[in-house]
Design a protein around this ligand. Structure first.
Ligand code: F6R
Length: 613
């Protein structure tokens, strides 16, 4: 949902901005632009399309500047176009701004400014904000930072902004509410970005802005941090742990493929230091602090979106089955708008890879107001949801850059397995021998996932057979029903093939009408409690000439005789099975999308971090 980047210091700004924008393209790729400040004033270069398109319009000699800001857009107000691209000038061209977020009351402010003689070149809410700043600067005769602060007190909505001013070579003003903004502190220089990836090779010292904070980054005076209500704050500088290699493709054609293949390691990293097999225990720091709340909770409500919501559904099966605590899983966007009944005895778990999803963040703010205990399961350290939660557990999957989520899903499922087992043991709803068996199996999951990844060639072959279909059905039962939903989401988002996930038994209540010889159905049919029933569901499809791609347990001799294709995965306890059954579905989607010539890491219309509601 838009990426922002900025630099002030002794170095050439443009190469830093461009490299940073490319790393932030996962946040949107409708347009890209930079504003550079030098002796000629503020020069803006911007273009609809990806960063590479913007590079194409740059003069052969890029203007020299040591201060600049850049933006990659995911369109909200106004179509993707050159005019609507950021940065935006103020009317006098003395101020330039980049913005991630939405100014909800932009229309009334625009009208007011138009009445005061301002004209607008774009349809964006951002151009309204920069002119509001200019209007205040001129009418109140205050400095830039103060004008920004006053303006932000007048806007409703979300923003991460960076503002620069003609002739002011010493300063960038930044502020944040609802959208992320991190400041990198180098030697006599500052970086700003939506996440730390644009500056990770330059500095590991970072300050994450909190809600409604404003910072003045000045080469002569250092960093000044305050709230938009003018309360002076002390910056909390933290040491980042991300390594450069983790945000590069490392020889893979796409980030998605790299991230699929990283799953043995990401699951291992999620378990590391938490699953202590030799001692027969699980240590989940953030969880221990609130374990009594969990144990006495009336229910657990899980809120999330997209893939994270699917991981939440897996969690429902795990926690209810093992720990016997009622769980409700809600789309964050629906939860907050239906006046939900939440009490102090509820635990609300927010699941989010990015930790920035606006709907999930708003849902937990609402639940917090009503007294619930908020637990975050996030991947991005220091993200807004992680900071808003009372406690939480990071998934430690490493940066996920491909827009389609893969390793974050399996890491989230891994965390939930740890939570469910911990709760079950504390509540006495699991026998000691079952607990030991499951933690031993969980410990072996990185190896089982590595073994599962060997189905890649088979997945590629299946992809070649079905790459041109118009529709595809995904079925699963029990804990593998969410895996079917996730399989369908992966296929539709990266290959643009219409796909639906269904509980296998629900098929006969409607979707079976879709089945004919053109329609492939991917069925998760591993050896579980529901195995026989799933075999019957497969028979029902075959009786209607549908094509079956079945994910089965190694050595299955029954389904291989009925299905058109089988992909074998290693046997694991049913409760852990999503960690292996999701892998072939990721691979099939990936290969189909490659064969259809789709943009794997940046599918059309999507962005990775959805910071608008
Ligand atoms: C699907 C996908 C999205 C996200 C969703 C939530 O591959 O990536 O559906 O899962 O936007 O994002 P997070 O987990 O960052 O809250």
């Amino acid at each position: 949902m838009c990426g922002i980047v900025g630099y002030i210091g002794p170095k050439e700004a443009y190469p830093i901005l461009v490299k940073g924008l490319k790393r932030l393209e996962y946040r949107g790729y409708d347009s890209a632009g930079v504003a550079l400040l030098n002796g000629n004033g503020i020069e803006i270069f911007k273009k609809q399309g990806k960063v590479i398109k913007m590079e194409g319009i740059m003069p052969s000699e890029t203007p020299k500047a040591t201060l600049g800001i850049g933006h990659t857009r995911w369109a909200t107000h106004g179509i993707p176009s050159d005019e609507n691209s950021h940065p935006h000038y103020s009317q006098s061209k003395n101020i330039a701004i980049i913005h991630n977020g939405i100014i909800e009351n932009y229309a009334s402010i625009k009208e007011r400014l138009q009445g005061r003689g301002f004209t607008f070149k774009s349809d964006t809410d951002t151009e309204v904000l920069v002119n509001l700043i200019e209007d205040i600067l001129l009418s109140e005769k205050v400095a830039l930072a103060e004008a920004v602060r006053i303006a932000l007190n007048q806007v409703v909505g979300a923003y991460a902004i960076a503002v620069i001013e003609e002739g002011n070579h010493d300063q960038i003003v930044v502020a944040k509410k609802g959208s992320p903004l991190v400041i990198g502190i180098g030697e006599g220089e500052y970086y700003i970005a939506s996440d730390a990836t644009p500056f990770i090779e330059y500095t590991k010292q970072a300050v994450y802005l909190e809600e409604e904070e404003l910072a003045i980054l000045s080469l002569s005076n250092g960093m000044e941090l305050k709230s938009i209500t003018n309360e002076i704050k002390t910056p909390y500088v933290q040491e980042l742990e991300i390594e450069l290699e983790s945000i590069e493709k490392g020889g893979y054609d796409h980030f998605m493929l790299k991230e699929i293949n990283e799953q043995p390691k990401s699951i291992f990293d999620t378990l590391r230091g938490r699953l202590l097999v030799n001692e027969g225990t699980i240590q989940l720091g953030g969880f221990n602090e609130f374990k009594n709340k969990f144990l006495s909770a009336d229910r657990i409500i899980i809120v999330a979106c997209g893939t994270s919501w699917h991981a939440g559904l897996v969690a429902e099966y795990l926690i209810e089955d093992l720990a016997r605590i009622p769980v409700e899983v809600e789309y964050a966007s629906e939860f907050r708008y239906r006046n939900p009944i939440i009490t102090e005895r509820d635990i609300v778990i927010a699941v989010s890879q990015s930790g920035e999803t606006a709907d999930t963040l708003s849902a937990i703010k609402l639940a917090k107001e009503k007294g619930a205990t908020i637990f975050g399961v996030c991947n991005v350290v220091g993200s807004s949801i992680a900071r808003e939660a009372h406690a939480g557990a990071y998934t430690h999957a490493g940066p996920e850059i491909g827009v389609a989520s893969t390793k974050a899903f399996t890491a989230q499922v891994t965390i939930f397995t740890l939570i469910a087992l911990t709760l079950a043991r504390k509540k006495g709803t699991i026998t000691e021998s079952k607990f030991r068996q499951l933690i031993n199996e969980l410990d072996g999951m990185p190896d089982k996932v590595a073994e599962t990844l060997k189905v890649d060639a088979q997945a590629k072959y299946i992809a070649s057979v079905y790459k041109d279909v118009a529709n595809c059905l995904f079925l699963g039962r029990g804990i593998n029903f969410p895996v079917a939903l996730e399989g369908a989401l992966k296929l539709k988002e990266i290959s643009y093939i219409h796909a639906e996930g269904y509980p296998a038994a629900e098929m006969k209540h409607g979707p079976i009408a879709l089945i004919d010889e053109e329609m492939p159905t991917v069925v998760v049919a591993t050896k579980t409690e529901h195995y026989e029933k799933v075999v019957s569901n497969i028979q029902e499809i075959k009786a209607r000439e549908g094509k079956i791609i079945a994910v089965v347990t190694q050595g299955d001799t029954v389904i291989s005789k009925i299905a058109d294709h089988v992909i074998e995965v290693p046997y694991v306890d049913e409760r852990l099975s999503p960690l292996v059954t999701s892998i072939p579905l990721q691979l099939i989607s990936y290969h189909i999308a490659v064969m259809r010539g789709c943009n794997i890491d940046q599918p059309r219309n999507l962005a990775k971090s959805v910071t608008v509601e």
